[in-house]
Every structure is written in structure tokens, then in C-alpha cells.
Design a protein around this ligand. Structure first.
Ligand SMILES: Nc1ncnc2c1ncn2[C@@H]1O[C@H](COP(=O)(O)OP(=O)(O)OP(=O)(O)O)[C@@H](O)[C@H]1O
Length: 284
């Protein structure tokens, strides 16, 4: 394991205050746009190192949830803490990856990846960028501009850029939705591998039940608008070498698909004790 990976793992695991504080904690969080409730209330505790996937019907508030955790938007009610510290605006300890890579078109891949490090000493920045490019398989693309990259390479560069400052939490908003099926599967493998190597806490929004089951050590399903947690389940599948061929994969996928279907039809009543990662009675 090289220094970069160790570097991320250290920053991902060592909180600055209160070592036992949850990576992310939401208490009574809800959000309204122009007086209309779009999300919540949500109570949720995410522990360091979890890979949380979030699915739910279109418009239920998934992006609103992620943007609130990032600090891009302040929830209209409730509070969010990250490693015990109140979230009050964006912070490099929380990296964000969008559906579109949003790379700066005039910068090279290396400059994009190093953008968040521009105040660090040059030697440190260059070393860090080199390591991130190697980690994401982009070493040969360092001098290219975004328009010269494939869609998968662009998302890899966006992930490298988000990881560069050593975030404790990586927030991913449907990062692979615009990719073709083959590239998407490869990217899922790559992000799963990255997560296993770095230990970074990940919150990953997706429309794909398959993707949620493949990647999530913890799977959340939200109800239709306003989105509330209707399923909160831990999974051991991502720790397996070949989750897709494990019989439990198909079972989990079918069950989650059913929960999401019911949620979309408005039957997503709260069951059990969402927010703490228990296996809920959705299938009971
Ligand atoms: N800036 C905004 N101003 C007003 N309404 C908004 C704004 N952003 C989102 N909304 C509304 O809030 C609701 C939730 O939106 P959000 O994008 O969080 O849902 P989502 O689950 O991520 O949707 P999708 O799955 O389609 O991407 C939707 O009804 C949307 O129209």
C-alpha cells in the first residue's frame, strides 16, 4: 500500500475532535423549498468507514440530503454534524462528486486533481497528485484536458480531485448515471476497490438498485416526497470478493426493488427504527 492510500486512510479514520464521534450525524433534518417540504425529517448516524448507498423515487430529496451533508445548503430544520463538528458550509473534509464531472475544461487532468491543494507547497502537491492519478489509473492522462477523456476517465479524475485533500467523507451524487453500462460496472469495481483501500466514509446516491446492493455496506431507501428513511439495512456483500455471484445478491436486489417500488407508489411507511442501520421489517 503506498503513502497516498495510507494518507487518505489516516485522514479518514482520525477525527480531529472526539474520536468516537460519528462521521456524519443528522438530527431532525428536513428541508423545504419555498415553504414546500421536500425532505425529512431524517435522523441518521453514519459511522466512519461505512459505504452508505441511498436509493429512492425521483424527486424524493436524495440530492437535497447530500447537498445538506456537504454544507452546500443549510437544512431548514434540524442539525448536521461531521466528526462531531456542526456542518456550516462546504469543507475539504467532505469531498463531493457530481453526476457530471464538472472538471475545469481549461486545466489539465493533473491541475484539476491538484486544484484543492493549490495552497500546499508545490513538492507536496505534485507528489499527492501523482499518487492520486496512479490510484485512479490516470497516470498516463495527467497532461490531457477534460475534452480528451472518456466519460469514465472524467469521473475518475473527478473522484481523484475529491480525494486529493484527504476527505474523511466522500459524497457521491449519482456519479455513474451518465456512463454506459460496461463503463459503469468497471467504475463500480474501481470505487469499491478505492473504498476498501482507503477506508473513507462514502455516501453514494443512485437510482440503480443493483448499484446500491453491490456497493453499500449500508443501504438506505427513501420514501416518495418528502423523502424519509423507509429502509436502513446493513450488508456484508461489498466485503465479498465476488458479490454479484453470491446468492444473497439477487435476494437483496429483489427486496430493495420492491421497497423502492412501494415507496414510489406512496406506500413507504416508516418501519422499525430507521437511522441506525438495523435490518428493518420491510420484508416481514
Ligand atoms: N433549488 C430548488 N428550488 C426549489 N425546489 C427544488 C430545488 N431543488 C430541488 N427542489 C425540489 O425538491 C424536491 C427534491 O429534489 P431533489 O433533487 O433533492 O430530489 P432527488 O431525489 O435527488 O431527485 P432525482 O432522483 O430526480 O435526481 C423536488 O421536488 C425538486 O423539484
Amino acid at each position: 500500500m503506498d503513502g497516498t492510500v495510507d494518507g487518505i486512510a489516516e485522514s479518514a479514520v482520525d477525527g480531529p475532535v472526539g474520536g468516537a464521534a460519528a462521521a456524519i450525524e443528522l438530527k431532525g433534518v428536513s428541508h423545504s423549498y419555498r415553504g414546500r417540504l421536500a425532505l425529512g425529517p431524517i435522523d441518521l448516524t453514519i459511522e466512519a468507514g461505512e459505504f452508505v448507498t441511498v436509493v429512492g423515487p425521483s424527486g424524493c430529496g436524495k440530492s437535497t440530503l447530500l447537498r445538506a451533508i456537504a454544507g452546500f445548503t443549510a437544512p431548514t430544520a434540524g442539525g448536521i454534524t461531521a466528526s462531531g463538528v456542526p456542518v456550516d458550509g462546504p469543507d475539504p473534509s467532505r469531498g463531493f462528486v457530481f453526476q457530471q464531472s464538472r472538471l475545469f475544461p481549461w486545466l489539465t487532468v493533473a491541475a484539476n486533481v491538484g486544484f484543492g491543494l493549490r495552497r500546499r507547497p508545490k513538492a507536496e502537491r505534485v507528489a499527492r497528485v501523482d499518487e492520486l492519478l496512479a490510484l485512479t489509473g490516470l497516470a498516463d492522462a495527467a497532461r490531457l484536458r477534460p475534452y480528451e477523456l472518456s466519460g469514465g476517465m472524467r469521473q475518475r479524475a473527478a473522484i481523484a480531485r475529491a480525494l486529493a485533500p484527504g476527505p474523511r467523507v466522500l459524497l457521491m451524487d449519482e456519479p455513474f448515471a451518465a456512463l454506459d453500462a460496461f463503463t459503469r460496472e468497471r467504475m463500480q469495481d474501481e470505487v469499491r476497490d478505492l473504498w476498501r483501500r482507503t477506508g473513507t466514509t462514502v455516501v453514494f446516491i443512485t437510482h440503480s438498485v443493483d448499484e446500491a446492493v453491490y456497493l453499500g455496506t449500508r443501504i438506505l431507501a427513501l420514501s416518495g416526497s418528502p423523502g424519509r428513511v423507509v429502509l436502513d439495512e446493513r450488508s456484508e456483500l461489498p466485503a465479498l470478493d465476488h458479490p454479484r455471484t453470491d446468492p444473497r445478491f439477487g435476494v437483496s436486489r429483489e427486496r430493495l426493488a420492491e421497497v423502492v417500488r412501494s415507496a414510489a407508489e406512496g406506500a413507504g411507511d416508516l418501519v422499525g427504527d430507521p437511522g441506525r442501520g438495523r435490518t428493518l421489517a420491510a420484508e416481514a
